[in-house]
Design a protein around this ligand. Structure first.
Ligand code: SAH
Length: 277
């Protein structure tokens, strides 16, 4: 069933924004990776791939970007852009003009710095905005990217309708999202508890896309290529954080072990397109 109304436990964009403000500051202070940092899972092409976690996160960006069919000068909207690392990478590699939005003010500030440092200020820009209500004119982009931001959206259908509206006819959306491999009770779902996120059943996606007026292009279950090695790497990183036990908020954000201990979480890559008129 397509989602029509926000679920009762839906994430609240302002709260998600504050969570990412906090994570961005913590990441800069504690991990020392305030610049050039991808806030998404890694992608390993197979069990023998020897990419590091950081390299594998860039690999996921590339796996998605190649599906956007961007030419030089194409206009790309990156919905939920994090600190801007994917936008900068794609701009460099394709020559596209990239606009990134996120709900977190701190992320946007860091993304601006990153574009500046990369010497790409004319080609890449960032803005604090809510994907539920995109501040752009109809048909103003050739492609839309959403790397791991859909899980934070209160209403996926509404975001997809917004994406369709700002896309030119024939333009593509490429996104990743988490899905449930089994049905946990909402109260015990590890992602809901740790990251202000929800998951959808995999089988619902085609209907959610159709209801938003998008044509289905491709849907891939990339759980094996991403989830086990990414969460193992995140659990290792979390050990170095030395968070104070009383900092329950931060303890809660950095809890990859809660995901490793279950096999509930699946990861999905979706490509869709706005029909030609
Ligand atoms: N795509 C980035 C960041 C992924 S983390 C990367 O791959 O590095 C999820 C991102 O979604 C964060 O930047 C967060 O600010 C953004 N986000 C969450 N809810 C949002 C909303 N309602 N509107 C816009 N961005 C949102």
């Amino acid at each position: 069933m397509a989602e029509r109304v926000p679920a009762p436990n839906a994430p609240v964009p302002e709260e998600v924004g504050r969570m990412y403000d906090r994570m961005t500051l913590l990441g800069a202070d504690l991990l020392g990776n305030g610049h050039g940092y991808n806030a998404h899972l890694g992608y390993w092409d197979g069990p023998h791939s020897e990419l590091t976690y950081d390299q594998a996160t860039d690999r996921l960006t590339d796996v998605m970007a190649q599906r956007l069919r961007l030419g030089s000068g194409a206009r790309l909207l990156d919905v939920g852009c994090g600190v801007g690392a994917p936008a900068v990478r794609i701009a460099r590699r394709t020559g596209a003009e990239v606009t990134g939005i996120a709900v977190s003010r701190e992320q946007i500030a860091r993304a601006d710095e990153l574009a500046h440092t990369a010497g790409l200020r004319g080609q890449v820009s960032f803005r604090q905005a809510d994907a539920m209500d995109l501040p752009y004119a109809d048909a103003s982009f050739d492609a839309v990217l959403a790397i791991e931001s859909m899980p934070h959206m209160p209403d996926r259908g509404r975001v997809l309708r917004e994406m369709r509206r700002v896309l030119r006819p024939g333009g593509r959306v490429v996104l990743t999202d988490f899905f449930r491999r089994r049905s946990p009770s909402p109260a015990t779902h590890p992602l809901r508890q740790t990251m202000g996120s929800t998951t959808v059943p995999l089988d619902d996606y085609p209907a959610i896309l159709r209801a938003a007026g998008l044509e289905f292009v491709e849907m891939l279950d990339i759980t094996e290529e991403t989830v086990p090695r990414s969460f193992a790497a995140l659990a290792e990183q979390a050990k170095d954080l030395h968070l104070a036990p009383e900092d329950t908020e931060a303890q809660c954000y950095f809890n990859p072990q809660a995901v490793i201990d279950t096999d509930l979480l699946g990861y999905l890559l979706v490509a869709a397109r706005r029909p030609r008129d």
